[in-house]
Design a protein around this ligand. Structure first.
Ligand SMILES: [Mn+2]
Length: 435
């Protein structure tokens, strides 16, 4: 019986580490590495060639395979040519993965939403009492750190951190991990970054600051995702896109879109999915063939305009209905209400439209007793800071901090539909929301 361990195309460190870990768990199985391996993993493999036992996947006679162990994915489409084994009814498939979902119908699987697949493998290795070498520990830690952003991604769990601790105990070499995980930023990348900065188009869409930079790429430039990340960091916008246009001689026109988002309201992965690509909320990419770059740019703008919010929005957190007063309420009455309700301000609303806010501060403008009989519209402030329901909790926090206010009316088409307070936002950040 031939047993094969394999993983997804564009193999990253987590995938390769999990593959190597699987060889320890299933010593009879042969590890088969896909043809397309990420550049930094390729470097690692070429340096350690003698240590890790694996074969290039295309050399495997798939007809003899009786058991297939798939790590770091549960999708046939991500396996490349080996996916043709899908047809076999007599094949036993095992899956180890930290992504949920997938169409591989496995006889056995360990599929849990942790930060990295290698964490699941470490759990088993620990249970088996296996000792691993420092080089193996280094590789596993590289996979764990890459997929968890050095244990900082929100997908990272306590078990990932414990696994990292175990690997450090097993003498994982942090200097090596750093060396391999630090992406290459060379002359080519520097040129691209400079050109991107010079070609920046800044837009405001749906309240998001967006930058798009469209440039031509000559020849192959690796690591554009890193360049876009640096680009976003430098121009400091909510979301940044690089549109890289290449005119290959044989291939017509290819346009690669890479996006980075720093705003939980804008999920770049979802946006890129609608362009046929994919990614995470913070980063994503898509390749558009035969599309002219102007059209590609417009597609991105349209997508952000029609951004279907998937994450938590202000409308999920706000309080409603809002206690408000009409504009002809007299000041004396408003003062009474403020006192009774113990709040510092009240929205002034006529026919559902927010027209101002009357606050304790406005009473300082009163000079004569008779003015207490005047309507609030004479004293209210009409420059009201508001927020739209589709904004994210982070954006609400920014508004509160920069304006030194603790409550923001939530307004849609001029109508007040709720109010978001500092404590609503805090509740969200501290995960105290029910359910
Ligand atoms: Mn992974």
């Amino acid at each position: 019986m031939t047993q094969i361990i394999t993983t997804h195309k564009n193999t990253d460190f987590d995938a390769f580490a999990s593959l190597v870990a699987a060889t320890l768990i299933y010593p009879e199985a042969i590890a088969a590495v896909p043809k397309t391996v990420n550049p930094n993993v390729r470097t690692f493999i070429s340096i350690h060639k003698d240590i890790f036992d694996y074969v290039d996947r295309w050399r495997i006679e798939t007809g003899k395979v009786s058991r297939l162990i798939v790590v770091d994915t549960a999708e046939w489409a991500r396996l490349g040519p080996i996916a043709k084994l899908k047809q076999r009814t007599d094949l036993e498939v095992l899956v180890w993965d930290h992504h949920t979902g997938g169409d591989i119908n496995a006889a056995w699987k360990c599929q849990e939403a942790v930060g990295a697949t290698v964490t699941l493998m470490v759990r088993r290795l620990k249970a088996m009492g296996k000792l691993i070498t420092p080089i193996q520990a280094t590789l596993f830690l590289a996979g764990l750190y890459e997929d968890t952003g050095n244990l900082t991604f929100s997908s990272c769990t306590a078990e990932d951190a414990y696994a990292a601790g175990w690997l450090l105990d097993r003498k994982a070499d942090l200097a090596l991990v750093n060396k391999f995980l630090r992406p290459a930023y060379g002359e080519k990348q520097k040129d691209v970054l400079f050109e991107m900065l010079q070609n920046t188009k800044r837009l405001k869409i749906n309240g998001y600051s967006v930058s798009i930079s469209r440039i031509h790429i000559h020849g192959h430039v690796g690591n554009l995702a890193l360049v876009v990340r640096m680009y976003r960091d430098i121009i400091n916008v909510d979301v940044a896109f690089g549109l890289f246009v290449s005119d290959d001689k044989n291939d017509n026109r290819k346009c690669m879109v890479i996006g980075r988002s720093d705003n939980d309201g804008l999920d770049v992965g979802t946006l890129m999915k609608s362009l046929g690509g994919g990614g995470h909320p913070g980063a994503g990419s898509a390749i558009l063939k035969g599309v002219n770059p102007e059209a590609a740019e417009q597609m991105i703008v349209d997508l952000i305009e029609g951004n279907q919010q998937s994450s938590v929005q202000i409308s999920d957190l706000m309080s409603f209905p809002v206690f408000s007063v009409p504009s002809d309420t007299i000041m004396a009455e408003a003062a009474k209400i403020l006192r009774q309700r113990g709040c510092t301000g009240l929205p002034v609303v006529d026919d559902e439209m927010l027209i101002g806010v009357i606050s304790r501060r406005d009473f300082k403008k009163i000079r004569k007793e008779t003015q207490l009989q005047a309507p609030v519209k004479a004293f209210m402030s009409t420059r009201v800071i508001t927020i739209e329901p589709g904004k994210s909790p982070i954006q609400a926090t920014r508004i509160m901090v920069s304006n030194d206010i603790g409550r923001i009316p939530v307004v849609e088409d001029g109508r007040i539909i709720g109010i978001i307070t500092r404590s609503d936002v805090m509740m969200y950040f501290y995960d105290l929301l029910p359910g």
